[in-house]
Design a protein around this ligand. Structure first.
Ligand code: THU
Length: 141
């Protein structure tokens, strides 16, 4: 699947945003290694601080469904007049499950989409060595 198709899926996902406070809708589409796509949208809360970004909604949905084989991520912000990249918190979460060359495409309601990688967006990723360490399975109960 190409970047344009994945961005189209992210654009459609933005329609599911729950953003009554910011009125800023965001959609994400996460491509998996077998071509499946998991989407997400931002979900706000009246407490404001509990808002979940579109990217994290998509990543957490995929992981909760047993999928961590991420191939690419697209982000679409229809309410922005320029391409909006993933926020810092989402960069950290994306980096948990991806290598530095993981492709990220982001676009706004206007402007040319940007094609980049998690390594470009998050070059000094915090605690990489912890994610790279093989971890033993939890002991049986
Ligand atoms: N938002 C995202 O969903 N992803 C980003 O990377 C940037 C911010 C959401 C959070 C909030 O609901 C709204 O956009 C305004 O910040």
């Amino acid at each position: 699947m190409n970047a344009e198709t994945l961005l189209a899926a992210a654009r459609e996902a933005a329609e599911k945003a729950y953003a009554p406070y910011s009125r800023f809708r965001v959609g994400a589409a996460l491509l998996l290694s077998d071509g499946a796509v998991v989407t997400g949208a931002n979900i706000e809360n009246r407490s404001y601080g509990l808002t979940n970004c579109a990217e994290r909604t998509a990543v957490f949905s995929a992981v909760a469904a047993g999928r961590r084989d991420f191939a690419a991520l697209a982000l679409f912000c229809p309410d922005a007049d320029y391409p909006v990249p993933p926020c810092g918190a989402c960069r950290q979460v994306i980096s948990e499950f991806t290598r530095k060359d993981f492709p990220i495409y982001f676009a706004g309601g206007r402007g040319e989409p940007v094609h980049t990688t998690i390594g470009e967006l998050y070059p000094h990723d915090a605690l990489r060595e912890l994610a790279d360490q093989p971890r033993p399975s939890p002991p049986p109960r």
